[in-house]
Write a protein of this length. Structure first.
Length: 199
């Protein structure tokens, strides 16, 4: 059986709903909703999982680790081991403050870039997983502490933009899942550089 694991990173709990750091959760939740999938809590893996049986022999697991962001790698390592999935079959959606708000970029290699969730993945999984990086923009003002910035909720105006972009985020994730990282990088990363700036 072919199993692909699509994880969104975030923090569990109502107090983190709508925060920048939970954008990964938001996007995989939107994909699950579009496919009519149901989330189930898997306590042994400290995750919530939505099983997506695409066709006989092809299954995708949408996953939200419930370990808090900085321990995401431990939960995903246990899940990969149980299902005997290679790290290259893991796609991870997460917030990235080096990318403009509302944009997305696909990559495979690189450092954690100060992102605690990615640092945990690199610690427990090594490199090789596919990164679906969701732009949240840089802190304003520039002196604002990064932790405060990512744990802050989007402003009302930013929330409207994210809501408008959600279908685009989900479509990009579908492209990555269905057509592979090379085509997704070619399409989405190019769009990143050549789309006209919004006023």
């Amino acid at each position: 059986m072919s199993i692909t694991l699509i994880a969104g990173l975030g923090n569990p709990g109502r107090e983190y709903l709508g925060t920048r750091h939970n954008l990964g959760f938001t996007v995989v939740e939107a994909l699950a909703a579009a496919e009519g999938l149901k989330w189930n809590t898997e306590s042994r893996f400290e995750t919530q999982i939505a099983r997506w049986d695409v066709r006989p022999g092809v299954t995708r697991l949408l996953v939200k680790p419930q370990t808090f962001m900085n321990d995401s790698g431990r939960a995903l390592r246990a899940l990969l081991n149980f299902h005997k999935i290679e790290v290259e079959a893991l796609i991870v959606a997460y917030d990235d403050l080096t990318i403009d708000l509302g944009r997305v970029k696909v990559s495979v290699n690189g450092s954690a870039g100060g992102h605690n969730g990615v640092a945990s993945l690199l610690e427990h999984l090594g490199s090789g997983f596919v990164r679906y990086r969701l732009g949240i923009g840089t802190p304003r003002p520039a002196a604002m502490d990064i932790k405060d910035f990512v744990l802050e909720k989007f402003s009302p105006e930013q929330t409207i933009l994210i809501d408008q972009k959600l279908t685009t985020f989900v479509d990009g994730l579908r492209l990555l899942i269905n057509r592979g990282q090379a085509e997704a990088m070619n399409t989405l990363n190019r769009r990143e550089h050549h789309e006209p700036e919004q006023a």
